[in-house]
Design a protein around this ligand. Structure first.
Ligand SMILES: [Mn+2]
Length: 407
């Protein structure tokens, strides 16, 4: 018989993210405070739906903090269950998550065997609540799709008891902007009480008839310029499941974040002086705020292009500049700051796609959109590394096979 239980659901903490010193510190502090709140909430366990770290091998600073906070959870008798995300996953298995797992500070719930070509997931059981957990990690370029294709749905769907599924993928039906190569809802196994999602950095909660409650808590701290503007702060969820009516109550908590001041400067013939003046005028009341400056249009010939010393507001919490839509006539190229690598790749490829002539099997040139898609998919496939114990020949064969699928 199930009892009422309560847990915290966090995702996309990206601990160690940000180059900007103040933002990096904010990201660390936010993670620390999030765990403090979770401990104070007296939950039964914590779920981390991927991207705990910003990279598979994080900095000592990031690792130190996460280890300390996970240890505090352990001391408070709160187990932590999770999966890897597209950022902290590593094909070679050399992920810091494995180290934390060895230290018994974290339990990876993506466990199972391959039986006759099918992936049979096994459940991790939480001792105190008897809740059963399993999940599938996320990989860069949504390579996890393969795991869902081979997943033995029946065996996990027919499992009885209270079940939670952890995943790190976008759901097409609930993500019109397609933040992260979303998949159709049907990839989720049916009949779980709760679906703990990660990967798409926005807040979402919905109860579905055949499924259960599907939740994306949003990142604990916004991870880039665009997310700051969209989300205004980070967030996570505290979830209670009631014994009698099996009702799932999702409480979204926002994390502390400075007030944002967004400054837009645009023009067709922008001089450095003009930009400086407009910036000073628009940041008069910027004290302790996080100033986001978008500069777009065209620079006057001969202008300085390094704004790092010029466009900065000393009394602000920090100043972040976005000049991705600013053209410098001298170089005729876009300057980029604070942007996602995937976004930059896509943009550069799209810009130069006219030079590409990929033909289909009949020798006819493919649609440019299709060519962009193939080039992007190739980048992801070719960025893979050899697995532990994999021979060079096996590695080559695997890359060739995966490559064939995108053509
Ligand atoms: Mn993420």
């Amino acid at each position: 018989m199930m009892k009422s239980y309560k847990f915290a659901h966090i995702a996309d903490c990206h601990v160690g993210a940000w180059r900007d010193e103040k933002m990096r510190q904010l990201n660390l502090n936010t993670f620390s405070e999030t765990i403090d709140t979770i401990i104070a909430e007296n939950v039964d366990f914590v779920l981390i739906s991927g991207d705990l770290f910003n990279t598979a091998v994080p900095s000592i600073e990031a690792l130190k903090l996460v280890t300390e906070k996970l240890h505090q959870l352990k001391m408070a008798d709160i187990p932590v269950y999770g999966i890897a995300g597209s950022h902290d996953y590593s094909a070679t298995g050399k992920s810091m998550l494995e180290v934390l797992e060895k230290a018994k500070l974290f339990q990876n719930v993506m466990k199972g065997d391959v039986v006759e070509g099918k992936i049979k997931l096994s459940f991790t059981r939480d001792e105190k609540t008897e809740v059963k957990l399993c999940g599938i990690y996320g990989r860069r370029g949504a390579l996890e799709k393969k795991y869902y294709e081979d997943l033995d749905y029946e065996s996990i769907e027919k499992e009885t008891g209270e079940k939670i599924f952890l995943f790190h993928s976008g759901i097409k039906e609930f993500d019109p902007e397609n933040h992260g190569e979303s998949q159709s809802l049907s990839f989720l196994p049916k009949g779980f009480r709760y679906y703990a999602g990660g990967h798409v950095h926005f807040r979402f909660a919905k109860k579905l008839e055949e499924y259960g409650t599907i939740v994306f808590p949003g990142p604990t701290c916004p991870n880039n310029y665009k997310e700051i503007l969209e989300l205004k702060s980070g967030s996570f969820c505290i979830v209670s499941v009631n014994e009698e009516d099996k009702k799932v109550i999702v409480e979204t908590k926002t994390t502390k974040f400075p007030e944002v001041l967004h400054v837009d400067i645009s023009g067709e013939n922008l001089s450095t002086t003009k930009i400086g003046e407009e910036f000073t005028e628009k940041t008069k009341n910027a004290s302790n705020k996080l100033v986001l400056v978008t500069i777009k249009g065209k620079l006057e010939a001969g202008s300085i292009t390094d704004f790092s010393k010029l466009i900065v507001c000393p009394e602000a919490f920090s100043t972040l500049r976005n000049t991705s839509q600013l053209k410098n006539p001298e170089f005729e190229k876009e300057m980029t700051e604070h942007r996602d690598i995937n976004e930059i790749e896509k943009e550069v490829i799209s810009e130069h796609i006219e030079e590409s002539t990929l033909n289909d099997r009949e020798g006819k040139e493919m649609l440019k959109e299709k060519q962009i898609e193939i080039i992007l998919a190739s980048l992801t496939r070719l960025a893979q590394t050899k697995l532990d114990g994999e021979t060079s020949a096996d590695f080559e064969e695997r890359i060739v096979q995966e490559y064939k699928k995108i053509l």
